[in-house]
Structures are given as C-alpha cells and as structure tokens.
Design a protein around this ligand. Sequence first.
Ligand code: 5AD
Ligand code: SF4
Length: 349
Amino acid sequence: MKRQDIIDKLCEEEYLQKEEWIELLDGYAESDREYAARKAREISGLYFGRQVYIRGLIEFSSYCRNNCYYCGLRRDNEKAQRYRLTEEEILACCEKGYRLGFRTFVLQSGEDGWYTDDRMAAVIRRIKAQYPDCALTLSIGEKEEDAYRKFYEAGADRYLLRHETADVRHYGMLHPPQMSLAHRKECLRVLKAIGYQTGCGFMVGSPGQTARTLAEDMMFIRELHPHMIGIGPFLPHKDTPFGKKERGSYELTLFLLSLLRIMEKNVLLPSTTALGTIAPEGREAGILAGANVVMPNLSPVSVREKYSLYDHKICTGDEAAERIDSLRGRIERIGYKIVSARGDWKERR
Ligand code: 5AD
Ligand code: SF4
C-alpha cells in the first residue's frame, strides 16, 4: 500500500497492524509527513478549533532514585545539581501561574523519596484548596496503587507517566534491570482505572529505537487509549551513558505527532520542551503538526537550569511562563490561540 493510503486507513479505522506501521515509518518521505500534518491539523481544528491549552510546569525536585541511561537527573550523575522546592515555594509558583492565566499546574520531579506520599498529598490538598478552579497534574513516576489513590483523593486530576518504549528489549536498553516495562504499563492501567486523565509517551530517536519499536509504541497507545500523550526528540546529556549518542529526528517527531493526532483524535497532545529545544520554531511546528497543548516553565528561575534532563534544555526564552505573552504572539502568528481554560479531556462527539 502507498504510505498516504495507510495514513487514510489510520484516519478512518484508527488502527493499523504492526507491519503497516513499519511500512509507514520506515523511509517515509517529506510529502508523507506533509500529508499527515494536513490531516492532523484538520482533526485538531475539528476538535479544538485552533485553541491551544497551556499548563504551568513546576519542576519541584531534581532528586531521583532511578538511573535511566538517558536522563541527566539519574541517580549516578554526581554532577547533577540537586534541589527540592518547599511546599511554600511550590505554592508561590502556583500563585504566579494563576496570575499569568494558568489553570492547570503540573507538578513534576524525579522519584524523590523525601516527598513521601503524605507530603505529596498535603501539597496537593493545599493547591486544590487554594485554586479549586484549577486542574492539577502529577508527573512523579512509579508509585504503589495506594499512593496513586491517595493523591487522587487529595484532588489530583491528571497523571503523566511516559512509558518510554513499549518494546521490552528496547526498554531494557534504556533502563537498568531494576526497572521494568511490565510495571510501567501496570502503573498506567492503574492510574486510568482510578480515574485520572492519564498520559503516556516516549522519546523519539532514543538509542536502539527502530520502526519496529515505534510500531509497538503506536499499538500500545492505541490499546491504552490515554487522555494525553507526550513525545519529544531524545537529546543527549553529556553526563549520562548516552552522552555521545545521536539526537532524535525533528522531522520524525513531527510526523509522529501527526500520526498520533490522526489515531487518537481527541487526545491532549503537547508540543514539548524537547521539540522547542531542537529547533527554534519547534513549538509552532508541533502545533502545525497536530499538537494542542504547550507547557511553559513555572519553576523558580533560580532552579530552572538545574532541572537538566538533557543538554541545552531551553529555560530562558519563550518557554518561560512569565513570557507567556510572547508565546501567545507566536502562536497567534500561526493562526492559533492560547486559551486559559483548564482544558480537560473530553469525550468524543
Ligand atoms: N532527551 C529527551 N527527553 C528526555 N527525558 C528524559 N531524558 C531525556 C533526554 N535525554 C524525558 C523522558 C521523561 C521525561 C520527563 O523527560 O521521556 O519521561
Ligand atoms: Fe529519574 Fe525520570 Fe530521569 Fe528516569 S527519566 S532518571 S525516573 S527523572
């Protein structure tokens, strides 16, 4: 089948077989990517009407007990600068974010043991008491089901946990043996069952990734049917085992964003920081490929550089929450509009 016919099929049936995914992703042409982007834009226009949701990202701790091979915050990276915001500091970020028009806050960190389940629940309760009209998203890694329940009962609405790759062998190339894909997938199922708006996702071009492993990702996503999907190019961090690996492809990231929009039509799909880091107009290109969310950085300026997942992560330009007006202008220039709404996932019409 021609690639554009496969894209049409994906659009109609919202499902492809593994071999079709591989055929589509292996050696695609620029014209295929444009074709997919056009379709993806039609779909996001239909569902979201050229509106772009914003989320204020609060990176509240750079401590992590894990040792993922790709990530600058990994435990064994002794050069990583560690910091941890206090509850008061986190609340101050929310206050600033609220004033700037944010109605979703994303609390993200490494897997930091200092923030016990009780401490997390306490922060969540305080934020939700102070900002009852805001959504709260957590992105704090793998926890026990009880903890996920406790956070949900405390008021958390959404949870992001990228699966990173849905291929077991590939998962093993990216993570030490203590971590398992099976557990990660289980966490995602539990999160969804509890009632969270749940997000998974992966890096594009991580070492060892192939069209076949990407096919697994797309098929896993189709099966999980998440509310949110975060993808961005892999970018090396010099103080990790993958410091000398090649970065992921910008174009492939855009192509995959479009295919995700075509498959999971009403999904919340951010144009990520990594995409904005790899190309100066990456954020806009992501929206034009079908994304409908941006997540500016609301962390205190003094710690921003320390949350270093990969080298050269942008943090002083328009991805800074305080520059939301500049970002707003950029988004408007491509014909879209940043809105203040909570931007919850909605059932399909
Ligand atoms: N390049 C790109 N993305 C990365 N992440 C972690 N390290 C890197 C890297 N080197 C992503 C992972 C993780 C999210 C918080 O950041 O997908 O889930
Ligand atoms: Fe920790 Fe997340 Fe980085 Fe893995 S990707 S080392 S879990 S912060």
